[in-house]
Design a binder for this molecule. Structure first.
Ligand code: NAP
Length: 402
């Protein structure tokens, strides 16, 4: 029996992880569930999965959960705050940690799991975007096992020589090919993009995901964050990572070898496949995902991404090339800009404008510590918040581009 902590259990990935775990009660037990503030869903999950701990990042939500659990006579210990998340990620009785909190908030608990030598199923790409080198060092020092859950990186991991963390050239790899669906606005003109609303952007053509990653997918920032993630996971140079738009989302990514072979991983777009791969690794376990019918798919298409209409991908490559704290600035500016778009405070095309302006305005430093990265994250958030406040007196799109 292996005990699992799920960070972000109330989210899309968290719920799908619980779905896979429920298919293998003889193999996995739920040790801890952790989320931000959704008490009602956490209570339901506690009743169903009976974890030893439940953590709410928000202190008031933790207080409410405690009351509800007592009323239902459920013997679950409640913790709160980022310390609570880190505690259940590093607990000695835990073997597997699913890191599926959204955004920069996922960094410290994922780091705690790495330092404690856990098997980490990493869905929270922001951890590697913000702190790639420091996180990979912690994985090595803590002798943790790191398994990528992002479907693209999971596909690459599967198509790489097994367990190889050697330099790509030493294992005959030429290039990593990340596929992108292109999002719901692939064929849109610049004029049509100006009219995009949150409701429209929240409809992804192939995947069911949380709000932030769905918007990131539509702007291609998600692909940009994945380029940075791939750089650290596979020790790849930026020029060894190519992005190809593949609207069917059937090939989840590919690895190109020096002999001309390209290995791909295919499947229906359902995150339970990479989740089951991570939980079972090195074994294969059932996921509940319908097998892919190539006859039904019939055709697979590919095209180059358009970084003119979708500048977020270009901005991510530029942040990666700048190095140091630039990816952390990119990530923080993106999180605040996406939240502002979802609250209808800015237009869709303001998102890349705000990120670019933040990257151009803040100094890039060499990374020295997690504390420094957290400070840079705060500084970038404040910079965007100030730009947003200035918009209260000016037309939004103009302010973002000054
Ligand atoms: N969804 C996908 O298909 C997919 C695919 C690849 C990678 N990912 C990555 O996986 C991560 C999760 O994505 P998602 O789609 O599952 O997101 P989501 O549906 O929005 O869920 C986010 C989860 O994180 C929790 N959370 C948010 N802020 C938190 C905080 N400050 N402290 C602690 N917990 C917090 C939420 O709790 P509450 O419910 O209480 O707010 C929720 O459980 C993201 O990094 C995303 O990029 C997702």
């Amino acid at each position: 029996m292996q005990y699992v902590t799920i960070l972000g259990s109330t989210g899309t990935i968290g719920q799908q992880t619980l779905d896979v775990i429920a298919q293998h009660p003889e193999r996995y037990g739920v040790f801890a569930l952790a989320a931000h503030s959704r008490v009602d869903l956490m209570l339901q999950q506690c009743a169903q999965y009976q974890p030893r701990f439940a953590v709410m990042q928000d202190a008031e939500a933790a207080r409410q959960l405690k009351q509800c659990l007592a009323a239902e006579q459920l013997p679950v210990e409640v913790l709160s705050g980022v310390d609570g998340l880190s505690e259940v990620a590093a607990h000695e009785d835990v073997s597997i940690v699913m890191a599926a909190v959204v955004g920069a908030a996922g960094l410290l608990p994922a780091l705690a799991a790495a330092r404690a030598g856990k098997k980490i199923l990493l869905a929270n790409k922001e951890t590697l975007v913000m702190a790639g080198q420091l996180f990979m060092d912690a994985v090595k020092q803590g002798q943790a096992t790191l398994l990528p859950i992002d479907s693209e990186h999971n596909a690459i991991f599967q198509a790489m020589p097994r367990q190889s963390y050697q330099a790509l050239a030493d294992v005959g790899v030429n290039q990593i090919i990340l596929t992108a669906s292109g999002g719901p606005f692939r064929g849109y003109t610049q004029t049509q993009l100006q009219e995009v609303t949150p409701a429209l952007a929240l409809k992804h053509p192939n995947w069911v995901m949380g709000a932030k990653i769905t918007i990131d997918s539509s702007t291609l920032m998600n692909k940009g964050l994945e380029v940075i993630e791939a750089r650290w996971l596979f020790d790849a140079r930026p020029d060894q990572i190519e992005v190809v738009v593949h609207p069917q989302s059937v090939i989840h990514s590919m690895v190109s070898y020096v002999d001309g072979s390209i290995l791909a991983q295919l499947g229906n777009p359902d995150m339970r496949t990479p989740i089951a791969y991570g939980l079972g690794y090195p074994d294969r376990i059932a996921s509940g995902v319908k097998p892919l019918s190539l006859i039904d798919v019939a055709k697979l298409e590919f095209e180059a991404p358009d970084t003119q209409r979708f500048p977020c991908l270009r901005l991510a490559y530029e942040a990666l090339a700048a190095g140091g704290t630039a990816p952390a600035i990119l990530n923080a500016a993106n999180e605040v800009a996406v939240a502002a778009f979802l609250q209808e405070k800015i237009h869709y095309l303001d998102i890349p404008c705000l990120i670019e302006r933040t990257l151009q305005s803040l100094p890039v430093e060499t990374v020295s510590s997690i504390e420094q990265l957290l400070a840079v994250d705060q500084q970038a958030r404040q910079f965007v918040e100030h730009a947003l406040a200035a918009q209260a007196v000016s037309p939004l799109r103009k302010v973002a581009s000054v």
